[in-house]
Design a protein. Sequence first.
Length: 394
Amino acid sequence: MSPGVIIVLILVGGLGLVCVMLVWLILRRNAHIWLPCYIAEAGKRRRRRSAPRDVTDVIFAFVDHFEPVVKPGQDPARKKDALADWTSRYPDLAARHHDSDGRPPRHTWTFPFETYDPQIIGQLLDLCRNDLGEVEVHIHHDGDTSESFRATMLEGLGNFARHGINTVEGLDGHRFAFVHGDWSLDNSRPDGKYCGVNNELIILRELGCFADVTLPSAPSQTQTRKVNSIYYATDDPDRPKSHDTGVDVEVGREPSGDLMIIQGPLLPDWSSRKLGIVPRVDNAAVTGAYPAGPKRIDAWVRLGIGVVGRPEWVFIKVHCHGANVQDREALLGRQADGMFGHLETAYGSGSYRVHYVTVREMYNIIKAAEAGKTGNPDDYRDLEIPPYDCLRTD
């Protein structure tokens, strides 16, 4: 066998090995669920980026799966001094930053119903009353029926209502955004664990939920096929994971389905590669090991997640677990300063404006776009759902 043939065989074998490894990683990380949609929508992303506009508004929301209560079997050090860190450090961080509207960074703490603690809620509301954020709904559950889930939700909403959370004077019932624990919205795990309710979207809508902000959930199997979108999902009460796809929110189109799904960015991060070849998956989680640096932020902006027909309004919803000790530098320390600093420097002037929003405010701005409103998104933070009663100052 000639040396040339040997070299060709080595190259082919090496290429084959790389392909096998790539397929194995895709399957292992469940990227086969969402990657086809991501690839198919490359043209749509290019069209959004190239659409003419005078100003691009970057609307940024931080959703915290905030779980400070130590559960049985958990290491207490994992969540040590979570409340003390947030109440002492976050106001100082926020005071160093402001968006194009003069507002400080705004955090949305989603607090688990199953670990309700009025003292913790009170401390979070002290931060909220200083214009630093809002509290929304988070729940972990398993093996529920429609009836038991509804009962659990009503109990939790009642607990929150005693603080004026998710209630609005003049509006009947509750209004809330929702994060599903263990990512298992609408019974979306193949094994049915950590939910059990196939008509969860319908129940949430009936109880006053205006949007789900759980996604993205990759690399979990609960990740939907539809990615990087704001859309309406229609529940099929006989099947799980009804939000796997849906109808995009669009300027001038009537709302449809049962629940709005507001997704955060999900994309390959080519600036961080395994073995120099396979890109890291960016699932919009801000952690100590993967902070929100300039390259990540710029990639989120380029995705252009938004309402169809309003490409100049870019919606970025990222998430974190703010009670975890190992992530707090990325959320409260030097890395957080860098994150907000880059947002303000790169997207706070010239042909850009940056807006720090809560989830409620993001929803209102989405509804403004859907209704055909234009101009500064800051004008529409309270369009449909005004601030909750706990934030009233009159």
